[in-house]
Write a protein that binds this ligand. Structure first.
Ligand SMILES: Nc1ncnc2c1ncn2[C@@H]1O[C@H](COP(=O)(O)OP(=O)(O)O)[C@@H](O)[C@H]1O
Ligand SMILES: [Mg+2]
Length: 240
């Protein structure tokens, strides 16, 4: 029990009277890299959004560290999201009028972004070095390639040291080399900080790098397995 960070108990989500998730139950162990594998429209984003507090389930419960958040107030949900949860999406969504450093600082959610020069930046600098973006800290996002911008998004999400990182098709807009690099970096983040990673994808090769794979079809988990052999991101055969 102590190792379970997140649970879903029979969660359903309806849109316009149509069930997009059908009574999904699962437990997520701390420190795992979990791939949610499924075709487009299978419900991956909806599942991620319900688990990450962005959407409220139509039925069922979501529990963080054994506590149901169903009856949390808006403020409690906001605090949970701020303190424990990081997000990386397919589209980078960096603020174009802030530098890379300010974007990352904003993710750390510490005071006003313009206070950053008074704050100890060494953590953000170390994290940026780990992600290979330290030389861009004082640039604006438009100067960076897609892969570099996605690494800034990871830095922004990880800066506050979240317990769990939700990545929705985080490599969906990237080419093969950049995708492999992002997957590799997420594995490094997991190892270094013990972050639990929840990664939706339609790419079977990425799923092979995960500790555990949940296969989603029409809003149902049709398969849930631990990978016996975990493939290193560099060794992915990469068929799409
Ligand atoms: N806000 C919404 N309103 C209505 N239908 C939605 C909404 N979000 C998702 N859907 C539908 O739910 C199904 C699952 O969508 P989604 O979770 O985005 O799947 P995936 O991420 O696997 O592609 C799709 O049929 C989609 O059209
Ligand atoms: Mg999706």
């Amino acid at each position: 029990m102590g190792n379970i960070i997140l649970e879903a108990k029979s969660i359903s989500k309806k849109f316009d009277e149509r069930n997009v998730l059908n009574e999904v139950s699962l437990s997520i162990e701390k420190g795992h890299f979990i791939a949610i594998l499924g075709h487009s429209g299978s419900g991956k984003s909806t599942l991620l959004n319900v688990l990450s507090t962005i959407l409220t389930p139509t039925n069922g419960e979501v529990l963080y560290n054994g506590k149901s958040i169903t009856r949390y107030s808006k403020r409690e949900i906001a605090n949970l999201r701020r303190d424990k949860i990081g997000f990386v999406f397919q589209h980078y969504m960096l603020l174009p009028n802030l530098t890379v450093r300010e974007n990352i600082f904003l993710g750390a959610e510490k005071r006003d972004v313009y206070e950053h020069d008074k704050t100890d930046m060494s953590e953000i600098e170390k994290l940026s070095a780990l992600l290979g973006i330290d030389k861009y800290l004082d640039e604006y996002p438009y100067k960076l390639s897609g892969g570099e911008q996605q690494r800034v998004c990871i830095a922004r999400a990880v800066a506050k040291n979240p317990e769990i990182l939700f990545c929705d098709e985080a490599t969906g807009a990237l080419d093969k080399d950049n995708s492999i690099n992002i997957v590799k970096l997420l594995h490094e983040i997991k190892k270094k900080f013990g972050t639990t990673i929840f990664f939706t994808t339609h790419n079977r090769e990425i799923a092979k790098t995960a500790d555990r794979v949940l296969v989603l079809e029409d809003g149902n988990i049709i398969n849930d397995y631990m990978n016996d052999e975990i493939i290193e991101p560099d060794a992915m055969a990469w068929g799409i």
